[in-house]
Ligand binder design. Sequence first.
Ligand code: ZN
Length: 51
Amino acid sequence: MTPDDTQILGRCPDCGERIPTAWLLVKYEKDDGETGIWAECPDCADVVAPE
Ligand SMILES: [Zn+2]
């Protein structure tokens, strides 16, 4: 755990890079009521679902 973990959305499923909240693109509600997010990976320059 690092102090800036609250600024991280999650990790890129493709490259494992930590994705900062500033890279958040879309928040949406899934069918099951959970919040899903799409963000751009700063490393892949691609849109991913952080995990
Ligand atoms: Zn990536």
